[in-house]
Design a protein around this ligand. Structure first.
Ligand SMILES: [Zn+2]
Length: 136
């Protein structure tokens, strides 16, 4: 781990974590970043602070539905949505940032740690068996 706030995502783990998220540009490094660590107003690259970046995301609209005894429900839709930023791409740094919350970040770290442990166990299982006292 480079530091507390950013994490490089190995390509093989990237596909497991973000399966179905779309096309993949191999020239870019993928990194996770906590949403709190992304500079805003305007949104900037977490590494170089550059403002020439592409921002991808979606709007989340809240609504309430009031229904009484099966009547035709009255639906209230919020005028203003909440802008949710998912991906930042910085052409200068060649980094695609995946903006995640604290819980997702910690889950990724735990997942990564488990993968490392599995790899170690697999290498032990497939290691040649050495008999005590036997020389090469
Ligand atoms: Zn940058």
């Amino acid at each position: 781990m480079k530091n507390n706030n950013h994490k490089v995502i190995p390509q093989d783990e990237f596909f497991n974590l973000w399966a179905g998220s779309g096309e993949q540009d191999d020239a870019l490094t993928n990194e996770l970043v906590l949403a709190d660590e992304v500079p805003t107003d305007p949104i900037r690259c977490p590494k170089c602070n550059g403002t020439t970046i592409s921002v991808e995301g979606y709007y989340r609209l809240a609504f309430t539905i009031e229904q009484a005894d099966g009547s035709v429900p009255k639906e209230n839709l919020d005028d203003e949505g909440i802008k949710v930023v998912e991906v930042l791409t910085c052409p200068s740094c060649q980094i695609r940032w995946y903006v995640v919350d604290e819980a997702t970040f910690r889950l990724y770290e735990e997942n990564h740690e488990l993968r490392v442990q599995v790899a170690i166990l697999e290498s032990l299982l497939h290691a040649p068996v050495r008999i005590m006292g036997e020389s090469n």
